[in-house]
Design a protein. Structure first.
Length: 105
């Protein structure tokens, strides 16, 4: 069985609801997870999703509150990634030269 890391509560630097569990501090997990994010917005949205998921059993008596927040951020990151893919596809498509000379172009 894994042991749980227990640290003194420091509400500013190491709040108890971010230091529970076996993985160390939530901020370290988040920083590692978003390190390769393609842009700052994606990283921020994913980081907030993880923040709420990783504290779900530790901050509020009702876990559905943090689960709802995580879901909200996850929906935002999905929308953001899809929008970026659409923009990239449109840019790639508009940069493609025609396969033949179009006299109307």
């Amino acid at each position: 069985m894994h042991s749980v890391i227990s640290q003194p509560n420091d509400p500013v630097n190491s709040p108890a609801h971010y230091t529970q569990g076996r993985c160390g501090e939530v901020i370290d997990v988040i920083e590692d997870a978003i390190r390769d994010a393609p842009d700052p917005i994606t990283g921020m949205l994913l980081g907030n999703t993880l923040k709420y998921l990783l504290r779900v059993w530790h901050k509020h008596p009702d876990p559905s509150q943090d689960l709802g927040k995580a879901q909200w951020y996850l929906n935002r990151v999905i929308s953001h990634v899809k929008a970026k893919q659409t923009i990239k596809f449109q840019q790639d498509f508009s940069d493609t030269p025609p396969l033949f000379d179009d006299p109307l172009a």
